[in-house]
Ligand binder design. Structure first.
Ligand SMILES: [Fe+2]
Ligand SMILES: [Fe+2]
Length: 165
């Protein structure tokens, strides 16, 4: 790997982390009534996301959709079969309740994503039909077409789900 490719990989990882960290800072600012800072953090989070996207494209590792679906299937599969089970085990051993919940939610939902990506790959042109997906803001459950009345994984109400097109 060239020095530049290495730098782009590192910058990509850093921008991804910053983007999500700023979203968490924005939530905190909202809780403290600092709406201005919340807005600023959300705007910067979006900008860092664009930086990350740009770095990734410059790396030239984004393939065509069917290949990307296969890569997504492999990634999700690794996460729910190997990565998260080991992490959940450590959290249980260390009695870290919040970490355990967070890791278990992600582990369950990677299974949901795995199924959705697999189904997509089976469609002609790798193109599933749903017009929108509904994403649970707590556990990340991802549901095509309509939100469930209550999230079967974490109990969040349908109206809290985020619609994504
Ligand atoms: Fe996932
Ligand atoms: Fe949920």
């Amino acid at each position: 790997m060239s020095k530049t490719a290495e730098n782009l990989e590192r910058a990509f990882a850093g921008e991804c982390r910053a983007s999500i960290r700023y979203l968490a800072y924005a939530e905190r600012a909202d809780e403290e009534g600092c709406e201005g800072s919340a807005r600023l953090f959300r705007a910067a989070a979006k900008a860092e996301m664009f930086h990350a996207l740009c770095h990734l494209k410059a790396l030239g590792t984004v393939a065509e959709t069917k290949e990307n679906l296969r890569a997504a299937i492999d990634g999700e599969s690794f996460e729910f079969k190997e990565m998260y089970p080991a992490m959940v085990k450590d959290a249980v051993a260390e009695n870290e309740i919040d970490a355990r919940h967070s890791l278990e939610y992600a582990m369950s939902i990677e299974m949901v994503h795995h199924k959705l990506f697999k189904k997509a790959l089976e469609q002609e042109n790798g193109n599933p039909r749903a017009e929108a997906y509904f994403v649970c803001p707590l556990c990340g459950n991802t549901v095509p077409d309509a939100a469930p009345k209550k999230c079967p994984y974490c109990g969040v109400d349908a109206k809290e789900f985020v619609r994504v097109e």
